[in-house]
Design a protein around this ligand. Structure first.
Ligand SMILES: [Zn+2]
Length: 161
């Protein structure tokens, strides 16, 4: 028997709107934005009180993570094609012949190689695991990031019992 809890970011308002560039792809290589929603699925066994994990703990942790990303330019610090230079209060991005300069406060630097939905899901999964103590009967957790309605990526981590 298997059970899980699920949070739908669109319906639970765990969303963020951000700008990004994916230089490796021509169309995505132009600065543009999305509204993203973050979903979470926790697979495990209910405890003696009958719950896997308190929904509010789950939602609060996700909201804290997305608040860091919301209304900012997402910058992949580990990109192989984006050069990042800090100049006073600005950040200069150079990639494949283009240069952008943004105020530092409008940006968030992320320890990922790309700001694709896949890599954002990976980043959020890691940040989420650092933020909350998972119940001991957790079997796996999955984080989903939708880039607009109807398309998104899912990243999961499974634990050994
Ligand atoms: Zn995009």
């Amino acid at each position: 028997m298997s059970s899980y809890i699920y949070i739908d970011g669109w319906k639970s308002n765990i969303r963020f709107s951000s700008a990004h560039i994916i230089p490796e792809y021509e169309k995505c290589g132009r600065l543009h934005g999305h509204t993203y929603a973050v979903h979470a699925k926790i697979i495990g066994k209910p405890d003696e009180k009958g719950i896997i994990l308190d929904f509010s703990i789950l939602k609060d942790a996700l909201r804290e993570i997305v608040s860091i990303l919301d209304h900012r330019v997402l910058i992949p610090e580990k990109s192989g094609v984006v050069t990042i230079e800090r100049e006073n209060d600005s950040i200069k991005l150079s990639s494949l012949g283009k240069t952008y300069v943004f105020p530092m406060n409008d940006c968030v630097l992320l320890p990922i190689s790309s700001t694709s939905a896949e890599k954002l899901a990976q980043y959020i999964l890691k940040a989420f695991m650092e933020k909350i103590t998972l119940p001991k009967h957790t079997e796996s957790i999955e984080i989903g990031v939708d880039e607009g309605f109807g398309q998104g990526a899912r990243m999961s981590k499974t634990f050994q019992e």
